[in-house]
Design a protein. Structure first.
Lengths: 195, 385
């Protein structure tokens, strides 16, 4: 199995584990039981039934998941199992805003509605890398460590060739995490407006 | 580590990561133009006109579609197409057969990709298979690109690549090309791949999710997409076919799926595919059907297309001596009242190529039940001019 395939399957499996960990009421259980349940869930996700595992089925639909998804999924698993919060509210809200803005820039144009194709910039545009550097440095300056961590992790994964894709966008964002960010921001806005 | 120390450590990590990105971007070779085409021998115009047709073997599939072919060693062609109980069925496989230019016969077909094979090697769920196209990379290896769908209809497609170092007898496991940020879906192929002078492969692709538009992917030696250029945009153009004339100049044709009048779309580049002109309608009709095109050695430019706005019954050959500006209909392959009719009168999805002897080969879907092969020489073509 190639490095790309292994990385992709691990990412999709991690997302599956995060969903299981979030849906199940692990917080009421003893710590050892939580670990045992997560181990069982990992077996369920990664061990093939017939030809394919659940992770492979998810990957067939979603493709490889971005660093943003993997970081959030990993943090969700950690929090559910250990009851320790890894990501602060301010950090997560800033990341959601950045992901929502990036999605609004990337996806409509990538669907071919204009001659401009922002996705093509991800194959190696000095302007795109510079813009990303400015965003990352601004986040570092503002103390938004989660954004810095996600972008640096995405850049390192891109440089290491961990992804099937050679497009930097694919390591930064995917439609699932973009949807998650938008739903979270909308929900937060709805809560803040409610009396 | 103190909080201040962590902060400076993250700045160092940031600096190193971006230094790596800048090195990667700045050290990438700038795209070259199109590679010169291999020049076939120009057959003597004194040769007798020759025009031959035959149906390719099909012993199992009730429905076949979308043929592609490449010349291989030993004076042979290798063709690919997909077939099964019906288009989009889970039993659709990609078949191959070999044609001897000397003996003029096709070998029995064999399945080269099944859905189960693709699923097993791609390590992801695959629901159905679609269009294959074939070409060569800069190392001379045969490259088979084929469409697969994991979820939904053709709009949910992705493109996969298999490579053969023995002219199609055996193949590498399939690998998925990543060409779209939206779950990597809605990328399909129909036009022949081409080569760039820097060794990259140019693969014409199109997208069908919400919009319908064409792009030219650049693939590296390992088959990774490393760049792309948009050929069109909007909701009405698909299945691009690109024909280079020189290192800088090429013309592209696209199937039209918009409002009437239904015409073949044309795009041009004069800088090796970096920029393309906006698509314009040609004078040639198009019933929302695929097109095939090839520039013969020494000209003219040939186009195989359905010469009607509404149906795929009339499959014709047009030629242009001014690289696509004006056209003349040279021949009607199918649809004449005197010719043998297929049970379903659809003659579509042409693939046209020239072999090393200068003969031209056209393969197309014949009534959805067979793939038909037409072979003619330059003497026959010159008699049609």
């Amino acid at each position: 199995m190639s490095v790309n395939t292994t990385f992709g399957l691990l990412g999709c499996g991690l997302l599956g584990l995060a969903v299981v960990a979030t849906v199940m009421p692990l917080g009421r259980l003893p710590v050892r039981v939580r670990y045992a349940l997560m181990l069982a869930a990992a077996l369920l996700v990664f061990v093939p039934f017939g030809e394919l595992s659940i992770a492979a089925c998810v990957r067939g639909v979603t493709g490889d998941l971005s660093a943003a998804t993997l970081v959030l999924a990993g943090a969700a698993c950690f929090t559910q199992v250990t009851a320790r919060v890894l990501i602060g509210h301010r950090d997560k809200r800033a990341l959601c805003w950045l992901l929502a803005l990036a999605a609004a820039f990337l996806y409509p144009f990538a669907l071919g509605w204009t001659p401009f194709d922002p996705y093509a910039l991800g194959y190696g545009s000095i302007e795109f890398v510079t813009a990303l550097l400015l965003v990352t440095f601004a986040a570092w300056w503002a103390g938004l460590d989660l954004i810095v961590f996600v972008i640096v992790a995405a850049a390192l994964a891109y440089l290491a060739g961990a992804y099937e894709s050679r497009n930097l966008w694919d390591t930064l964002i995917d439609p699932l995490v973009a949807l998650y960010a938008m739903v979270r921001l909308l929900a937060a806005a709805a809560v803040s407006r409610s009396p | 580590m103190t909080a201040q120390g962590q902060r400076w450590a993250s700045l160092v990590a940031l600096g190193l990561a971006f230094a790596g990105l800048y090195v990667r971007v700045l050290s990438a070779p700038s795209p070259g133009g199109f590679a010169p085409a291999q020049t076939p021998a120009r057959s003597a115009s004194t040769a007798a006109p020759r025009y031959e047709t035959q149906l390719l073997p099909n012993s199992t599939a009730a429905s076949v579609h979308s043929a592609a072919a490449a010349e291989i060693s030993g004076g042979r062609l290798r063709a690919f197409w997909y077939g099964g109980s019906r288009e989009g069925a889970s039993d659709v496989s990609i078949y191959t057969s070999v044609y001897s230019l000397r003996e003029k016969n096709w070998s029995p077909e064999r399945a080269v990709v099944t859905r189960e094979f693709a699923q097993r090697h791609l390590r992801r769920y695959v629901r159905k298979l679609g269009n294959p196209v074939v070409g060569r990379d800069s190392k001379g290896r045969l490259c088979l690109y084929f469409v697969s769908v994991s979820v939904g209809g053709w709009a949910g497609s992705a493109v996969n690549l298999m490579v053969s170092e023995d002219e199609g007898e055996s193949w590498s496991p399939p690998r998925r090309l990543i060409a779209s940020p939206f779950f990597n879906i809605s990328t399909l192929v129909k036009g022949a791949p081409l080569l760039f002078s820097d060794g990259a492969v140019g693969l014409p692709v199109y997208h069908e999710l919400l919009g319908k538009f064409g792009e030219l992917l650049r693939l590296d030696a390992e088959g990774h997409a490393i760049g792309k250029t948009r050929l069109s945009w909007g909701q009405s153009s698909l299945q691009p076919v690109i024909v280079p004339r020189s290192g800088k100049e090429a013309v592209g044709f696209m199937r039209y799926a918009g409002n009437p009048p239904n015409r073949i779309l044309l795009v041009r580049t004069e800088d090796g595919g970096v920029h393309w002109s906006p698509p314009v309608k040609t004078a040639l009709p198009n019933p929302n059907a695929a097109i095939g095109s090839v520039l013969l050695s020494g000209g003219p430019l040939l186009l195989v297309f359905n010469n009607a706005e509404e149906d795929r019954e009339n499959l014709s050959l047009a030629l242009s001596t001014d690289f696509g500006s004006t056209w003349r209909i040279a021949h009607r392959f199918e649809g004449d009242s005197g010719s043998t009719q297929a049970p379903v009168r659809e003659y579509s999805y042409p693939w046209i190529m020239q072999d090393r002897t200068g003969d031209v080969h056209v393969l197309y879907t014949w009534g959805r039940s067979r793939i038909k092969h037409v072979r003619f020489n330059r003497a026959w073509l010159e008699g049609r001019r």
